[in-house]
Design a protein around this ligand. Structure first.
Ligand code: RTP
Ligand code: MG
Length: 139
C-alpha cells in the first residue's frame, strides 16, 4: 500500500566511509520504498538554500562547509507515517545520544557529520524532494 513520503540524504561522511549500501539496506528493511534516488554534490548556494531555515544558527557555516565537502545520495522514501518513522530509524541528531540500532548510532561520525538527513514534516519532505527531483522523477 502506498504510504506518505519523506526525503533523505546520505551525507558526505557516510558516502566517504563506504556506508551507502548498508544504509540503503537498513532503509529497505524498515519498510521504506525508494521512490527516487541520485548521487550528487551540493554547491554552496544549494546547501545555503536547502538549509536556509538554519541560517541564523551558530553551526550554519560549518553545516554548509560540511554538506558541500563531498558527494551525497538524495532520495525520496515512501511508507505509512514516513516522516516520523524515518526519524526514529535514524536516531538523535547527536550520534552519542542516538539509540542502539539507529542509522546515526551505527554510521555517524559526529553531530555535524551525522550520516543522514531526514525531513522534519510532511510539508518539508515535499519541499526537499522537489529541490532535488523533477516531477517525472517523483512517480
Ligand atoms: P537533519 O535535518 O540533518 O535530519 O538533522 P536534525 O533534524 O536531526 O537536526 P537539525 O536541528 O535540523 O540540524 C541540521 C543539521 O545541522 C547539523 N548540526 N550541527 N554542530 C552542531 O551543533 C550542529 N547541530 C546541528 C547536523 O548535521 C544536523 O543534522
Ligand atoms: Mg532537521
Amino acid at each position: 500500500m502506498a504510504g506518505n513520503r519523506t526525503f533523505t540524504m546520505i551525507k558526505p561522511d557516510a558516502v566517504e566511509n563506504g556506508h551507502i549500501g548498508a544504509i540503503l539496506a537498513k532503509i529497505n528493511e524498515a519498510g521504506f520504498r525508494i521512490v527516487s534516488m541520485k548521487m550528487t554534490q551540493l554547491s554552496r548556494r544549494d546547501a545555503g538554500n536547502f538549509y536556509a531555515v538554519h541560517k541564523e544558527r551558530p553551526f550554519f557555516g560549518e553545516l554548509v562547509e560540511y554538506m558541500t565537502s563531498g558527494h551525497i545520495v538524495a532520495a525520496i522514501l515512501e511508507k505509512d507515517n514516513a516522516v516520523a518513522d524515518f526519524r526514529t530509524l535514524i536516531g538523535n541528531t547527536d550520534p552519542a545520544k542516538a539509540d542502539e540500532g539507529t542509522i546515526r548510532k551505527m554510521f555517524a561520525t559526529s553531530i555535524a557529520a551525522n550520516a543522514v538527513h531526514g525531513s522534519d514534516s510532511d510539508e518539508n519532505a515535499e519541499i526537499e524532494g522537489n529541490f532535488f527531483f523533477s516531477a517525472r522523477e517523483r512517480y
